[in-house]
Ligand binder design. Structure first.
Ligand SMILES: *[C@@H]1O[C@H](CO)[C@@H](O)[C@H](O)[C@H]1NC(C)=O
Ligand SMILES: *[C@@H]1O[C@H](CO)[C@@H](O)[C@H](O)[C@H]1NC(C)=O
Ligand SMILES: *[C@@H]1O[C@H](CO)[C@@H](O)[C@H](O)[C@H]1NC(C)=O
Length: 323
């Protein structure tokens, strides 16, 4: 397939905002790449090489971005016949899976039974991309995380639950659907922030592989729940902290960094929080991931929707140091 260069402005790595972290180190914020309308960046994953793969909930494209700005972002693959790419994670070195289907950011709903799981194999000289299987049970697949033994967990924001899917055999299984903390809230005309989204982001707790942490968007809550050896949640989830949220990422030391619109909210063990507002612009930070190569190992890359006045959004990928 063709890999073509996008006509996008690649900004110089200029300082855009500064703030102090709890340890006193400064959170320098830079724009790595900008994307023209119409785009709603949704999620990202960092490759071993340091390159970043980015998805958008209103585009059928997988982008690759060079964090050093040596090359312009490229479209690695176009998923013909689809509108959206949402969660993505690496299942083995340079092999990724992503949920691909038809989601509408305008209505926050999907075409029923439109989502499936795709494999993106980047081990060769050209990307090798193919559909693994349809997952008609999915409604609005959002966070996706590889947990081991060829299993991934997919957080579905409309189902308000977690699917476990084996990337070899398929067999999607709804392993948690009754937890009150994972549910959306009923529509409320006086609260325009409610989008009908329950659980959004999902990750293993790096300090306890038998626990997952998650964000739940309508409820503005970060939660956790124990899982057994089959990655099935045990018992009810409990609240870790309140936070405006989209996706989230745990730090190796157990801090939890939450994408909070124009801010990164950090939750420390014990539940105290700090909020770093990285811009005053009308934006939605949708996901965060740590860099994997120098000088980005303590930096968070973030996918950002920049709301346009006419209703069409532009996007950017940012990097924030000292996390
Ligand atoms: C998803 O959207 C594409 C592009 O609009 C369309 O061709 C396709 O039929 C849709 N798929 C489903 C399952 O509705
Ligand atoms: C879990 O939550 C449900 C729904 O709120 C409740 O009925 C049930 O008693 C809870 N279970 C435990 C063990 O707390
Ligand atoms: C900072 O971010 C928080 C979390 O999203 C938000 O509630 C608050 O209004 C923001 N403050 C400013 C000055 O933008």
């Amino acid at each position: 397939m063709l890999i073509f260069s996008l006509v996008v402005a690649l900004l110089a790595l200029d300082s855009a905002a500064l703030g102090a972290s709890i340890s006193g180190q400064r959170h320098r914020v830079r724009t790595v790449a900008t994307f023209p309308a119409d785009i709603d960046p949704e999620n990202l994953v960092v490759r071993h090489s340091g390159q970043i793969l980015m998805t958008a909930s209103n585009q059928n494209k997988l982008y690759q971005i060079d964090p050093w700005g040596r090359t312009k972002p490229i479209v690695l693959h176009t998923f013909d016949g689809h509108m959206s790419v949402t969660g993505i994670d690496e299942v083995e070195k340079d092999v990724f899976v992503a949920t691909v289907g038809n989601f509408s950011f305008a209505t926050f709903t999907s075409t029923p039974q439109s989502f499936g799981l795709w494999k993106i194999d980047l081990r060769g000289t050209k990307p090798c991309v193919g559909k693994l299987f349809a997952i008609p049970e999915l409604d609005v697949p959002n966070g996706l995380v590889y947990v081991g033994d060829n299993d991934i967990l997919i957080a579905d924001s409309h189902v308000g639950g977690i699917f476990r899917v084996n990337v070899h055999s398929g067999h999607p299984k709804l392993v948690d659907s009754n937890d009150p903390l994972m549910k959306s809230l009923p529509p409320d005309p006086s609260n325009p922030d409610l989008v009908g989204f329950g659980i959004n982001g999902i990750h293993l707790n790096p300090l306890n592989k038998h626990e997952i942490i998650f964000s739940s968007t309508d409820q503005n809550v970060i939660g956790k729940v124990g899982i057994n050896q089959h990655f099935v949640p045990i018992g009810n989830a409990t609240k870790v902290a309140d936070a405006v949220n989209d996706d989230l990422i745990p730090a190796p030391n157990g801090d939890i960094h939450v994408a909070s619109n124009n801010a990164i909210t950090t939750i420390y063990p014990g539940g105290s929080k700090s909020v770093f507002n990285f811009t005053t612009d009308a934006v939605r930070l949708t996901a965060l991931k740590y860099g994997r190569t120098d000088p980005y190992k303590h930096s968070l890359f973030g996918t950002v929707i920049v709301f346009g006045e006419t209703g069409t959004n532009t996007g950017k990928l940012i990097v924030v140091d000292n996390y």
